[in-house]
Design a protein around this ligand. Structure first.
Ligand code: ME8
Length: 517
């Protein structure tokens, strides 16, 4: 790992292996993957970590219900996550499991350090425990006596345990979040966090007695207890990059976490104070998205209202889903997931708009330039053109939108350009120009349109890697790896474009009656 410092270190949450991945988990992981690929296009070195959270009461109960011992249960389910990520084309660099020795060693080491420092003490505690969240929740968080995320009544737990002095670091943490205005994106979640920190912060119960929960990392200073799952899992972000070897800082200093709002408190109040207590600087960014809902209710394993991505891939392919994710959700806000909405978006944006633009343009090229194998686009492309101006604007706004996680805006703007390009074709009537043999005027229509397709398809590579590569291959763009983003996206940067195609249709309309979602 040493000597290979990335420019960006991207993480997803470590997902619980009490069940299988659904659309919610898939979304965060796909976004992280798209961001990684986009930054790579910009010439940055990116390291992408994901994995599974495998300890704790919830997992132990799920294993028991499945009639399996926890270890074989987590082995099986963790594999399931990996295989879905492979199906979805996720290019992670490391997949960490909290049951791995490399992780457990770091958890034990840090616990010991904090214990010796006096930041961990033994006491008795009584509180409301939500098993779904795997944490004690405060009275003020309850809605009608129930956890708002899981719709279940928390159970009253009273026991002796070890506590981490979270309260000691609350003020310092508040100052961090007050001064670093863009640390959490979108901004309104930072305000929410400051709201948590304005309330009294209790110390954090970080152990579970072995006789109640034995599936966890044993405390290094008292073998009657295991480590509380959140105190264990959050440390993956540093255990995976070699902490405490000082080289971990090369990664840590450029860390961007991606999570949904369900784990905002744990990633700010818990994680923030844990970092401060350990003398580790706070992460660079915490990117927080909203929920995928089904009929207004959060899609979740515990509620059972989930869509599994594998069924999607079989029916509609994986890349349509990747696009849908980015196009449909405004970063930070909730969005509703229905099959009808997916089909509508797929048909209108991919099959009709973008797909049709490609196939009709390729069709015209083959027909009007049938004597050619290649078009000499470099010399035939007009130096000034209305589509050139729009494209240049898009290239700049696209980069800015990606860096602020406004993916839906980036997609919207690109599709507006596709609309305008389709309209430009309709208005310029290239079929009439071809009929009258007006070659110069025909070039002025076809070449700019090809250039829009070439450049936009390149920008879509991170979103739909397979289909975008296939389209670029047809256009003869063999310089993808060698050029930089700005060079590839420069008007006229490719010398020639292919004029004969093996495939012209990349998105087939979904014709089925989708029924209820
Ligand atoms: O919380 N909409 O794991 P988890 C959008 N193990 N995203 C969703 C979603 C939904 N309906 N449902 C799940 C845990 N997610 C802990 C994390 S990290 C050190 C430990 C995604 O399996 C989203 O990223 O419950 C959310 O934050 C995460 O899955 C929660 O996954």
């Amino acid at each position: 790992m040493q000597g290979n410092r990335p420019d960006v270190y991207i993480t997803t949450p470590l997902y619980y292996v009490n069940s299988y991945p659904h659309i919610g988990h898939t979304f965060t992981t796909v976004v992280a993957d798209v961001v990684k690929r986009h930054y790579q296009q910009l010439g940055k070195k990116v390291y992408f970590l994901t994995g599974t959270d495998e300890h704790g009461e919830k997992i132990a109960i799920a294993a028991n219900n499945a009639g399996k011992d926890p270890k074989s249960f987590v082995d099986e389910n963790s594999k399931r996550f990996k295989s879905v990520w492979d199906d979805m084309g996720i290019s992670y660099d490391d997949f960490i499991r909290t049951t791995e020795e490399r992780h457990k060693k770091v958890v034990r080491g840090l616990l010991q350090e904090l214990y010796e420092k006096g930041d961990i003490y033994f006491a008795s505690y009584e509180g409301n425990y939500c098993l779904g969240c795997e944490r004690f929740i405060t009275e003020s968080e309850l809605v009608d006596g129930k956890c708002p995320d899981h719709g279940t009544e928390p159970k009253k737990v009273k026991e002796e345990n070890y506590f981490f002095k979270m309260s000691k670091y609350a003020d310092q943490l508040k100052k961090e979040f007050e001064s670093k205005k863009d640390i959490i994106r979108p901004e309104w979640y930072r305000k929410e966090v400051l709201g948590y920190l304005n309330e009294k912060i209790d110390d954090l119960c970080i152990s579970r007695p072995m006789d109640r929960v034995s599936w966890g990392i044993e405390l290094p200073f008292d073998n009657r207890f295991v480590t509380y799952v959140w105190f264990d899992a959050l440390l993956n972000y540093i255990s995976a990059i070699g902490y405490p070897d000082p080289s971990y800082r090369g990664y840590w200093d450029v860390c961007e976490h991606f999570i949904a709002k369900d784990i905002l408190r744990t990633h700010t109040v818990y994680w923030g104070t844990m970092l401060l207590a350990s003398g580790i600087p706070i992460y660079k960014h915490l990117n927080v998205h909203g929920y995928w809902n089904m009929s207004g209710i959060k899609m979740s394993k515990s509620l059972g209202n989930v869509v599994e991505p594998s069924s999607f891939k079989e029916k509609y392919g994986d890349e349509g889903l990747r696009f849908f994710f980015l196009r449909e959700m405004r970063w930070g806000e909730d969005a509703d997931f229905t099959i009808e909405r997916f089909v509508l978006r797929y048909n209108s944006d991919l099959a009709n708009n973008y797909g049709n633009l490609i196939s009709r343009t390729m069709g015209m090229v083959e027909k009007y330039y049938s004597d050619k194998d290649y078009l000499d686009i470099k010399s035939e492309l007009p130096k000034e053109h209305v589509l050139k101006d729009q494209l240049e604007k898009l290239v700049n706004s696209y980069k800015a939108d990606f860096s602020s996680c406004e993916f839906n805006k980036a997609m919207e703007n690109m599709w507006r350009l596709f609309d305008d390009t389709n309209k430009f074709i309709a208005d310029s009537k290239p079929w009439d120009l071809a009929k009258t043999g007006n070659k110069g005027e025909l070039d002025k229509v076809i070449m700019p349109v090809l250039e829009v397709i070439r450049i936009c398809t390149y920008m879509l590579l991170p979103v739909m890697p397979k289909v975008s590569s296939a389209i670029l291959l047809e256009l003869g763009s063999d310089n993808i790896e060698k050029t930089t983003f700005d060079e590839f996206c420069r008007w006229g940067s490719q010398d020639r474009i292919k004029a004969k195609y093996v495939n012209k249709k990349f998105f087939n309309r979904i014709e089925e009656n989708t029924g209820g979602a």
